[in-house]
Design a protein around this ligand. Structure first.
Ligand code: AMP
Length: 473
């Protein structure tokens, strides 16, 4: 992909805390709550007022941050990151936070999103002598800060942010402060909170999702605004617009799939959005059936809404094994649909002889849906009606959600009837785009729907899309 340095898009979670004696512990808990946003690597950087300490590794948050690792991360200020991306030799190098020493002091950064002009910026920087260690787009930000002629860190950051295009929710750590910022479109979320300590002091916290605040007993106070930079240091907190906000383009997929249902994202409950999606789906695409069965966990809230609206009973007839790791011993004998069986198992008596409405949040390539439909049929279902709680995914995301290229997106290349035949369902229906708008109460047109429409809010991506260079990570 032209705009991204390494050709893949990371799905990530970010966290930051200022002014708490247990900053690294709380960052660890925050990341633990954000684990769903990235399971490949995680990292925390802290500042003790003089030095920056950073630890990052491949794997899950709870495995990486043992008590001894956390004890090596002193200070009352911390940022953290969880990342999902492609496997490969260079993956640990790309783990975040990135930390460097430069003429602005020691700084560290963690990023959620995708900087679409990172490749161009990197080429310019390399021509001028910058040396890069990783292939991730985030490292570019640090180099821009280091090279800025502005003398203060916030000035240099402003300078850097103004050169970036695309999607970014960024958290920076310096010796005695944190600075967080959101791109002017507000593609990715970034929530602000406060945590009152027993001695009455207030710690400031920031996270991709509010579920991170709930775990540490922090109070959600609002969002960092698109085009806004928030600085927290010894002088207190200051908020400034580093650039005028553009027309908001909040990622609707956060509400459809990506965020946790117990989070408030872009100021609204994710669970509520998903139940609305299911209700509207039932109104638009009803079917005479006996049970509504979600594909866990992603389809649960929409299936609840569908069942509620249709009056058809909801049954959790597919059970998910939550402990499926990244590696497992493959059976030597070929077992059909092994991957899906490892993750899901049907409860036969809830399905046998029934007409089943199967609800999932999305169909991407169609391969998982096909296996699940087959699994439900093998468990004795008389009919399987697939209902999808968003419109057909027809275009890749260039703003931080991992979607395959157009060629691999089943809905980009096939009619609904062809997809139905491929997944072997009796009927198939998707939610309409107007219903998706309604489900998230988007009265003012503040969400990005580009994966469903192919209309991208930023210029560069339109060019990329025209030449068809979107590739899966
Ligand atoms: P597929 O076999 O490609 O059609 O996969 C569809 C499944 O992938 C659905 O159950 C979705 O919940 C899930 N899914 C959709 N988008 C993503 C994403 N960006 N990352 C991971 N899983 C996803």
């Amino acid at each position: 992909m032209k705009g991204s340095v390494d050709g893949f898009r990371d799905e990530c979670g970010v966290f930051a805390i200022y002014g708490h004696s247990e900053a690294s512990n709380l960052a660890y808990l925050g990341l633990y709550a954000l684990q769903h946003r990235g399971q490949e690597s995680a990292g925390i950087a802290t500042s003790d007022g003089r030095d920056i300490h950073c630890f990052k590794s491949m794997g899950h948050v709870a495995d990486i941050f043992t008590p001894s690792v956390i004890s090596e991360l002193p200070g009352d200020t911390a940022i953290g990151h969880t990342r999902y991306s492609t496997a490969g030799d260079t993956v640990l190098l790309n783990a975040q936070p990135f930390s460097v020493a430069c003429n602005k002091g020691r700084i560290a950064v963690a990023h959620n999103g995708n900087i679409t002009n990172a490749l161009e910026l990197r080429q310019d920087l390399e021509r001028e002598g910058s040396i890069f260690q990783a292939s991730s787009d985030t490292e570019v930000v640090l180099h821009l800060v280091a090279r800025s002629r502005e003398r203060t860190l916030s000035g240099a950051l402003r300078d850097a942010l103004l050169q970036l295009e695309g999607a970014f929710s960024l958290v920076f750590l310096a010796q005695n402060r944190i600075i967080v910022a959101r791109d002017p479109y507000g593609f990715r979320p970034l929530a602000m909170g406060r945590l009152v300590q027993p001695d009455g002091r207030v710690a400031h916290v920031f996270a991709s999702e509010t579920c991170a605040f709930d775990l540490i007993d922090a109070e959600y106070v609002g969002d960092v605004e698109p085009g806004e930079m928030v600085c927290v240091g010894p002088e207190g907190m200051t908020r400034e617009r580093y650039t005028p906000a553009r027309k908001r383009s909040q990622c609707v997929f956060e509400h459809v799939y990506f965020s946790r249902p117990d989070s408030i994202v872009f100021g609204r409950s994710v669970q509520e959005s998903r139940e609305n999606l299911g209700r509207l789906l039932a109104r638009e695409s009803p079917v005479d059936a006996d049970v509504v069965v979600p594909v866990p966990d992603s389809g649960v809230a929409a299936a609840l809404g569908y069942a509620d609206e249709s009056g058809i009973p909801f049954r959790q007839a597919l059970i998910r094994n939550h402990y499926v790791g990244r590696t497992f011993i493959e059976p030597s004998q070929a077992i059909r649909d092994f991957g899906v069986k490892l993750k899901l198992n049907p409860i036969r008596h809830l399905i046998e002889g029934k007409r089943v409405i199967l609800v999932d949040d999305s169909i991407v390539r169609g391969t998982t849906s096909k296996k699940i439909v087959r699994m439900v049929r093998n468990a004795g279902a008389r009919e399987v009606h697939m209902r999808v709680s968003c419109p057909p995914t027809i275009s890749p995301c260039f703003y931080g959600v991992d979607t395959p290229s157009k060629g691999e997106l089943i809905a980009a290349n096939n009619s609904i009837e062809e997809i139905r035949a491929f997944v072997e369902a009796d009927t198939l229906a998707y939610l309409s785009l107007p219903a998706l708008h309604r489900a998230v109460r988007d009265d003012k047109g503040e969400y990005c729907y580009s994966c469903y429409t192919g209309d991208y809010p930023t210029k560069l991506v339109q060019i990329e899309e025209m030449v068809g260079v979107g590739t899966r990570r």
